[in-house]
Write a protein that binds this ligand. Structure first.
Ligand code: ZN
Length: 157
């Protein structure tokens, strides 16, 4: 676990924070000296402000001004249905994390790990099992939006 990853995980709320730290401990050990490392994609912070969430929601959408205020049209691939205001993401509550294994050769995130299979690699399955057992919901089981990086804890759970 590097400094950037530690700082990101530190912004999470409990119980998410402890569980994710535990995942890093567990899966760093199993990967010691190997090609794949557990990490957090750098694109978006785990813990987001409304503005940060709204910026992600705008991806694939276009704002059009009308007399009664802005309306939004879908113009491409939509990333999220949480606009940050009316519909909040659990990233805004510090209870969601985007995580996966990074291939240290290519620098890319992959869930296949071996790079060929269409099914998640055993290692990633173990990570999913660990996080689900600890109370996270995995967005890899969702149909729309499907997001294999995303794990969240329901606030009402
Ligand atoms: Zn996410």
């Amino acid at each position: 676990m590097n400094q950037r990853e530690r700082a990101l995980v530190e912004t999470l709320k409990e119980p998410a924070k402890s569980i994710v730290f535990e995942a890093f401990k567990r899966f760093d050990e199993s990967l010691d000296g190997h090609r794949f490392r557990l990490s957090l994609p750098g694109r978006h912070p785990c813990f987001r402000t409304r503005a940060q969430q709204h910026a992600i929601w705008m991806k694939g959408r276009q704002e059009v001004a009308t007399l009664t205020g802005p309306v939004y049209h879908v113009r491409g691939k939509v990333r999220t249905y949480c606009d940050g205001f009316e519909k909040r993401s659990r990233h805004q509550s510090g209870l969601a994390v985007d995580i996966g294994f990074r291939d240290t050769w290519s620098g890319k995130f992959t869930w296949y790990v071996d790079g060929s299979a269409r099914e998640p690699h055993e290692l990633f399955r173990q990570l999913v099992a660990f996080l689900e057992e600890a109370g996270f919901e995995w967005a890899g089981r969702w149909k729309d939006p499907w997001d294999w990086h995303h794990f969240e804890i329901r606030e009402d759970a």
